[in-house]
Write a protein that binds this ligand. Structure first.
Ligand code: OSB
Ligand code: MG
Length: 369
């Protein structure tokens, strides 16, 4: 395979509802769509799902654009590769910048799968025909609004509910949701809003039969998380702290978590996501697929990776309509009673809608060999 042309586009889609976490608030999402054209006519699509602000991770849409345009794409254009390992070797000494890498790598996986006439899920080793999905609910202005959201998604059949928490929006909120829905699979995500000084608050969450508490402590910590996990019955799940299979191994060895949220972009692509999965599967550690408000391209890649056997917990892979009125791919990604079908067509299995993508494009650049 040889990539001869790469198109980069910043695409902006409005969110149907403002999404607030402990660290940021958003009413639209800017992601970079990556389109690669290979020799022989095969093409592939990828998505850089970095937030536009550096509040979840250090990368932003702008840093992804810079790293893609000035480093990653020039290293790949016109060079031959036949496996994803060979492709990634072309990235060479570039460090970090996982969201940027993931967008280009994803497009190359899609092109490779299409050139072989197989689905991305099967190329990755997926074994499921459908995946179970949950929803992630942001912080609301008042409890009533949150309860309305929870009711709605439970009613739609989603398999579990994740609540964003922050100091002042935690124990009482979780208690209210648990009282109203005694049996719903429930988990919380703090996006690093607490420290060990808040251990009593986090321990109070043990009363609500949560599946897990996601990333309570600092984004770059695995030591304090181990101290905290030793005091909690509820499993800690790491998100922000895990950037690779090596990070996952160290966190598991330390006892910093008992579950891992695998995000394709946070770990730098599908190859590394599969490595984290394989490690966790071999250790009997449950994983689930996290999300970054992906548009249809990145969301389709999430569906594909979540079809691997170790993804035993429902992921943040909801139908596109949970976030967007308009989807950039056809068919849209749909959750039917909390189940998303894994496409069997070539590549990501969803066709990008060029007209719609162009309508929402803020900036565009074509790079050639
Ligand atoms: O921490 O999981 C997170 C969205 C943006 C940044 C971080 C996170 C999230 C979500 C939403 O929780 C997941 C999704 O449905 O895409
Ligand atoms: Mg998270």
């Amino acid at each position: 395979m040889r990539i001869d042309r790469v198109e980069l586009r910043v695409v902006r889609l409005p969110l149907v509802r403002t999404f607030r976490t402990s660290s940021s608030s958003k009413d639209h999402i800017d992601h970079i769509l990556v389109r690669v054209a290979a020799e022989g006519g095969s093409e592939g699509w990828g998505e850089c799902a970095s937030p536009s602000d550096p509040y979840y991770c250090p990368e932003t849409t702008e840093t992804c654009w810079h790293i893609l345009k000035d480093f990653l794409v020039p290293r790949v254009l016109g060079r031959s590769w036949s496996t994803i390992d060979e492709l990634i070797a072309l990235f060479g000494p570039i460090k970090g910048n996982n969201f940027a890498r993931a967008g280009l790598e994803m497009a190359c996986w899609d092109a490779l799968a299409k050139s072989q006439g197989v689905s991305l899920a099967s190329l990755l080793g997926g074994t499921r025909a459908e995946i179970h999905s949950g929803v992630s609910l942001g912080i609301e202005n008042d409890l009533g609004s949150l309860l309305g959201q929870v009711d709605r998604y439970v009613e739609e059949g989603y398999r579990r509910i994740k609540l964003k928490i922050a100091p002042g929006w935690d124990v009482e909120v979780v208690r209210a949701v648990r009282e109203r829905h005694p049996d719903v699979p429930l988990q919380v995500d703090a996006n690093s809003a607490y420290t060990l000084d808040d251990a009593a608050t986090l321990k109070a969450l043990d009363d609500f039969d949560l599946l897990l508490i996601e990333q309570p402590l600092a984004h770059d910590d695995i030591v304090d998380h181990a101290r905290l996990q030793a005091q909690l019955r509820t499993p800690i799940c790491l998100d922000e702290s895990i950037h690779s299979a090596e990070d996952a191994r160290k966190a598991l060895d330390l006892g910093s978590c008992r579950v891992i949220n695998i995000k394709v972009s946070r770990v730098g692509g599908l190859r590394e996501a599969r490595r984290v999965h394989d490690l966790c599967l071999s250790r009997g550690v449950p994983v689930w697929c996290g999300g970054m408000h992906e548009f249809g391209v990145g969301r389709a890649a999430n569906v594909a990776i979540a079809s691997l056997p170790g993804f035993i917990l429902p992921g943040d892979v909801s139908g596109s309509d949970k976030y967007y009125r308009e989807e950039v791919v056809e068919p849209p990604i749909i959750a039917d009673r909390g189940t998303v079908a894994v496409p069997t067509g070539p590549g990501i299995g969803h066709r990008p809608l060029m007209d719609r993508i162009e309508t929402h494009t803020l900036r565009e650049l074509t790079l050639t060999a």
